[in-house]
Design a protein. Structure first.
Length: 374
């Protein structure tokens, strides 16, 4: 059996394609921009991509071939394009709550599927100097849609936005951004949001989701990461790997962006604590970075997400925090309890290896789609 993969659309691509191949599928590759109806009809069983592409969906709908997409990162405005309703789509999403939201648009063809790790993620790197704490990721400073909109909206809308953001920053394990946005605020904000932040052809009723995830979610994430990283850096030794300007976190040891898996794996393995802070557009799921840190053999300390307990045992495979004080206390604890920390990292790596391979995820996608079509 042979399928066609549209490549160049997101992280974890090679691991998931290797998962399909190890399960016995032949996977040809093509750039999404080069996909045509004629190419799709070359005796392929289905078309696959990381994340959702409206252009790919349109081509597959015309060719009457199943299009499987795996949402592996958020926020992503493409999932609210009107093409999300095409009957050819079979969408797999790592976030169960977002998946439930997408059910409104996909007529039951959106399926919850947690993320995992590819074979390459378990490769051990050469030793190096140990760091106490490391954070690898964006500070979300590049997205200014919230700040621009706040300058233009009414005083009431501005106060509502600010109160909502301040409240969400303090709450872990529950995303109130979507449910707390009322219709009047959505209508007013939409007037002042840059067109680049919205899908070209938005599915009817999707405005609330796009604004909550891409606009408010970005702002909450920016505030949270700046505040927590600054607080940590003033009490502990932390290495910060980011392409963003970190002048607001003066006490941290700043490094540039980490672009390759080999570089990230070395950091994960040589850090006593790998701090992970989930983007607030992720409502309930476990992000890719958590699986990758664990697969590399690193110890994870991350904010609580509802689906963590569905995939791992907290305190046995990884550790979580529920507020700022809890975070600081657990950093202090695990820096002092090396044996316990190392044991958790080993158990976490084994759990990912046994239960969260991309081969297993590929088989689930295949069986779900083709049992649906029987």
């Amino acid at each position: 059996m042979k399928a066609l993969a549209c490549v160049g659309m997101g992280k974890s691509e090679s691991g998931i394609l290797e998962g399909f191949r190890s399960a016995g599928l032949e996977m040809d590759e093509i750039r999404a921009t080069e996909l045509t109806e004629e190419k799709v009809m070359e005796d392929y069983l289905f078309v696959f991509s990381i994340n959702f592409s409206s252009d790919v969906s349109v081509v597959c709908q015309k060719a009457l071939i199943p299009y499987l997409s795996y949402i592996v990162q958020l926020p992503q405005t493409a999932i609210y394009h009107s093409a999300i309703k095409n009957p050819c789509n079979f969408i797999f999403c790592f976030d169960g709550a977002v998946c439930q939201e997408l059910q409104r648009f996909t007529q039951g063809r959106c399926f919850h599927l947690p993320l995992g790790a590819g074979v390459d993620c378990f490769t051990q790197t050469a030793g190096g100097e140990m760091a106490d704490i490391s954070f690898v990721g964006s500070l979300c400073l590049e997205h200014k849609a919230y700040d621009k909109a706040k300058e233009e909206v009414s005083e009431y809308a501005r106060g509502y936005m600010e109160a909502l953001v301040r409240t969400q920053v303090r709450i872990y394990g529950y995303n109130l951004l979507v449910v707390a946005l009322n219709n009047d605020i959505v209508k007013e904000l939409k007037k002042f949001i840059p067109e680049t932040c919205l899908p070209e052809k938005m599915a009817a009723g999707a405005e609330r989701n796009v604004i909550a995830a891409g606009i408010l979610g970005d702002k909450v994430t920016e505030i949270e990461r700046q505040r927590l990283l600054k607080e940590i850096s003033e009490q502990f030794d932390i290495q910060l790997y980011t392409a963003d300007d970190a002048h607001g976190i003066p006490a941290a040891h700043k490094h540039g962006e980490v672009s390759t898996w080999e570089e990230r794996a070395k950091i994960y393995q040589n850090s006593r604590i790998n701090l992970h802070l989930t983007h607030r557009s992720v409502m309930s799921g476990v992000p890719q970075e958590v699986f990758e840190i664990m697969a590399a053999g690193g110890f994870v300390l991350t904010n609580y997400q509802p689906e963590i307990a569905e995939n791992f045992v907290i305190g046995e495979h990884l550790e979580t925090f529920v507020n700022e004080q809890d975070l600081l206390e657990k950093i202090a604890y695990y820096l002092e309890h090396e044996e316990e920390r190392v044991q958790i990292a080993k158990a976490g790596q084994q759990a990912v290896k046994e239960y969260h391979s991309y081969r297993a995820r590929a088989i689930t996608m295949f069986n779900t789609v083709f049992s649906e079509n029987e």
